[in-house]
Design a protein around this ligand. Structure first.
Ligand SMILES: C[S@@+](CC[C@H](N)C(=O)[O-])C[C@H]1O[C@@H](n2cnc3c(N)ncnc32)[C@H](O)[C@@H]1O
Length: 313
């Protein structure tokens, strides 16, 4: 059996338009690191479209996979895609910061594997109505969980200029944070900033040279920072890292895939602290990255890094 199915899913979906797709990143590496075995109980904290799950499940059954996602739409797609494994999967609409409560509601004390593949799926980014992409016109939403009240529009419309600047600097590592925040504050006094493309254009007009010559789109860092604030991403990750040692059974393994330096730093620190405290053995001294082949096949994987640990007894 190949470690990972590399073709994106192409089944029809309920909402019309394009079939949802998301190619799982670092999939073979994750399967090797987590070493799933028959009869084990694993958690996929970020089930998404079930790409990684599809590679873990044949190795776990008759064990179980507990799949969490904050996005109920992603769970619907995963449910359809993993239908042949349905008796072995729990689909749970929850933030992974609630992992201990989810496990206790299922009567599970500890698990042998935990995966978190942070950030968004291509399926979310490419849906204009979700507001994640500065390339597609849509409302400034950016909620992974649409049942949560706070949207990016609210932050852009209401946060004081200084808080906006701090957010862009701290969560976006945006060099032009103060300038962009000032421009947002000036613009919204005249008229509300309504769409993703309005905001992206405003940023392009604000950074020197319109962002020409930059490696990334000038709005990338602002959008990252807003998304992190909307979804409270840093504190969700910190909470997951805090509870992880209690959730993993001795010999159990965890792998976390990150997409930017703030996330990777948090994971690195927590894993190293766990090693010093005698809780973890590091399975990756340095983060593992996609191969040249994966980078060529899936450009979205370019900033991915995975770190993994094993829980000591
Ligand atoms: C990169 S995708 C995962 C893709 C998945 N591994 C696959 O192969 O299809 C990340 C998913 O995690 C979800 N997510 C992000 N942060 C979350 C959180 N704190 N709690 C639960 N789900 C989260 C997003 O809604 C998204 O569906």
């Amino acid at each position: 059996m190949p470690l990972c199915e590399m073709e994106p899913p192409t089944f029809a979906l309920s909402s019309g338009h394009h079939p949802p797709h998301h190619r799982p990143v670092l999939c073979e590496t994750v399967v090797e690191l987590l070493a799933p075995q028959s009869g084990r109980v694993f958690v996929d904290c970020t089930l998404g479209l079930g790409g990684h799950a599809l590679s873990l499940l044949p190795r776990l059954t008759p064990g179980r996979l507990i799949g969490l996602d904050a996005d109920p739409h992603a769970l619907d797609v995963a449910r359809a895609r993993l239908v042949e494994f349905a008796p072995h999967v729990h689909f749970v609409h929850a933030n992974f910061r609630e992992l201990p409560q989810v496990l206790s509601s299922l009567g599970v004390e500890r698990v042998q594997g935990v995966l978190a593949d942070l950030g968004m799926s291509s399926f979310q980014v490419e849906a204009p109505e979700r507001g994640f992409s500065f390339l597609r016109e849509g409302p400034l939403d950016m909620r992974m969980d649409p049942t949560q009240p706070r949207t990016a529009a609210e932050i852009v419309a209401r946060w004081p200029e200084r808080d906006l600047a701090d957010l862009l600097a701290n969560c976006g590592e945006e060099r032009w944070a103060r300038r962009i925040a000032r421009r947002i504050a000036e613009t919204r006094r005249r008229a509300p900033i309504r769409t993703t493309t309005d905001l992206a254009q405003l940023i392009a007009e604000t950074v020197p040279g319109g962002g020409r010559g930059m490696r990334i789109h000038p709005a990338t860092r602002t959008f990252q920072a807003l998304r992190m604030a909307v979804n409270d991403e840093a504190s969700s990750l910190d909470e997951l890292l805090r509870v992880l040692p209690d959730v993993l059974a001795p010999g159990g393994r965890a792998a976390i895939i990150t997409f930017h330096s703030l996330e990777d730093r948090a994971v690195k620190r927590a894993f190293q602290q766990g090693r010093r405290d005698g809780q973890y053995h590091l399975l990756t001294r340095k983060p593992m990255r996609p191969s040249e082949q994966e980078l060529a096949e899936n450009p979205r994987s370019r900033s991915a890094k995975v770190r993994a640990v094993e829980r000591l007894a």
